[in-house]
Design a protein. Structure first.
Lengths: 240, 240
């Protein structure tokens, strides 16, 4: 496909002959760490224009510029799946974001539940993790990481027609069947302490909501997120 | 079920009235960290005799002893699934072991492939991670973590009748169907650099071996391990 090994996400438009100024971090990585020089190929994507082969036209301490040569892959969106989860410890939250991008979701929604320990997240840091994961896994689009919002607010504005799967620990031992049909969907993972009674009641009363069992053992929230997205992808997503 | 919250893995036999001396680490945790006193309940399992409610009979600096009162759950083995994988960076290797235990496998087999970076693993440290994950996830058995062995040696002694699924990056984009039938099985995850040509040839020529696709994106080895075990569990394991 291409002799270029390094993939970078950029914000700018991509098109034939388009010059793209790289960020200081990207410049440091390409020039300082990887020792690329003028003329070296890199791959660029911006989530809109597909993946481009570009050549370094400037590669100095003051900055690097790459000029787009040819598109090598079209834009491919992941399936219309959202992953909503209650943030947990830092490393495990980072992990959920990384895995969600690799497995293929379109939006990542941190939610505050009654039993969520984290009152805050660093949205910018999680978004940077999503970018890194997309660069690594060959995705041509970077899922958006939303700001933390209360679960209630998310559910109150739930879009009609979007199926919601939530991981119900009370369903442990029931078959891990994903159910539902292809189409817009979301997976909701609770905090380590589980959902509150009122939250479960709310979920059980909503239309288009299905509970999902993930086997007889108690999964950590990060494991449950990966397992649930995997099952959805194999049943209704782009792993079919 | 039980008022005891803390689950501990022990090596000793468990049975009614059986006194169990806890390790210095367990004693420190129970007495120093959790401030449990004589008479407090704990849960014990040893991978053979099920899960027991026990009461602390001694809880001092010199050590803690718990006396088994009643069995509260029988021994439940995870399905006869092995997870073989090429060790990667420390944190991600730890993660694979933790997730394998939660998802439910019976043996964990680190293997050395041509492109594996780690020449050594700390088997004792990984086994301790498996114990911790079992304590956490409610398992009554702790999967064995084997010593690192060359992939060739593992394949040369492959047990007849054990189905082997390997994650073939060349199959990317094909449907993520697990295939095969319930029964003894193993999942093999390659290193970040992929399998060598000779290794793939070897695998393709073996009877009872199936390649497994995990969607159109490139998954890290740890993600692939969790996704593959999840699909097998839902199709043939104890998540059915």
């Amino acid at each position: 496909m291409s002799d270029a090994k390094i993939r970078l996400y950029v914000d700018q438009p991509l098109g034939e002959g388009q010059a793209v100024r790289l960020s200081p971090d990207q410049t440091h990585y390409l020039v300082g760490v990887m020792r690329l020089a003028v003329g070296a190929p890199v791959l660029l994507f911006n989530g809109r224009d597909g993946e481009w082969r570009a050549l370094l036209a400037e590669a100095g301490k003051r900055g690097a510029v790459a000029v787009c040569e040819a598109v090598i892959r079209p834009l491919v969106l992941p399936p219309d799946l959202w992953l909503a989860f209650a943030p947990i410890k830092k490393a495990r939250t980072d992990f959920i974001v990384e895995k969600a991008v690799e497995l293929g979701v379109r939006r990542i929604l941190p939610v505050q539940t009654r039993h969520t320990n984290s009152e805050r997240i660093r949205q910018d840091r999680l978004q940077a993790h999503a970018v890194e994961a997309a660069e690594q896994c060959g995705a041509t689009m970077v899922p958006e990481v939303a700001e933390l919002q209360p679960l209630e607010r998310l559910l109150a504005a739930w879009p009609a027609g979007r199926q919601l799967y939530w991981c119900d620990e009370a369903a442990a031992g029931q078959p891990a069947m994903i159910g539902g049909t292809p189409g817009p969907a979301a997976i909701l993972i609770g905090p380590e302490g589980g959902f509150a009674e009122a939250e479960m009641k709310r979920l059980r009363g909503m239309a288009g909501v299905r509970s999902l069992s993930l086997g007889p053992r108690i999964l950590r929230a990060d494991t449950a997120a990966v397992a649930a997205v995997t099952l959805w992808q194999a049943a209704h997503g782009d792993w079919r």
